[in-house]
Design a binder for this molecule. Sequence first.
Ligand SMILES: N[C@@H](CCC(=O)N[C@@H](CS)C(=O)NCC(=O)O)C(=O)O
Length: 205
Amino acid sequence: MITLYTAATPNGRKISIALEELGLEYQLEHVKLQEEQQFSDAFLAINPNHKIPAIVDDGQAIWESGAILLHLGEKYDGDGRILPKDAAKRMEAIQYAFFQTGGVGPNLGRLGAALRKEGEKNQEMLEIFGGEMDRLCGVLDRILENGEREYLTGEYTIGDIMHYPWLRIAQQIGAEFITSRPRLVAWLDRIATRPAVERGMAIPV
Ligand SMILES: N[C@@H](CCC(=O)N[C@@H](CS)C(=O)NCC(=O)O)C(=O)O
């Protein structure tokens, strides 16, 4: 049995989307970040890094969204629905998953924190992280442009799942680094139509 420790954030939703795509049963544990439940002894025993998402699968604790998606793909995706079977495509999907954890994840996270800060905004932070987001979205646009791909590898994979919840929020609030790029908008809209994505984005309820 899989238990998912999550909250209503983009990182958490990567995992609920993947679980829904694979049709897996799972138990849900909503970790209330505002109440600092991530610092409880019970949660720190699962993830010493006090962050969601984390899963416990048959007694094995796994954290870091990219590692969790790779685990789910390796263990449960016999058909290559989100982690391709073809070795080259598989590595390309993993590459895009890593690209998200080193790129869009931290930069959009810090940009969001700078924007949410009350009072006077730190202009330098907005410029640094906003500029980097624009550059990263340019990279994603170039990847999708190559062969006019519908998804990053051509097919829907963990690489798309890693990016989607983050970039969808940015799109919804009208961030120009997305809205000025029709290919990115079409890619996100395409992912949004998947029933598993719709279900995964609504978790935790
Ligand atoms: N690199 C991590 C990032 C996880 C992360 O930043 N989680 C945030 C919510 S989106 C969190 O749990 N923050 C609580 C804390 O830092 O105490 C991953 O990809 O799983």
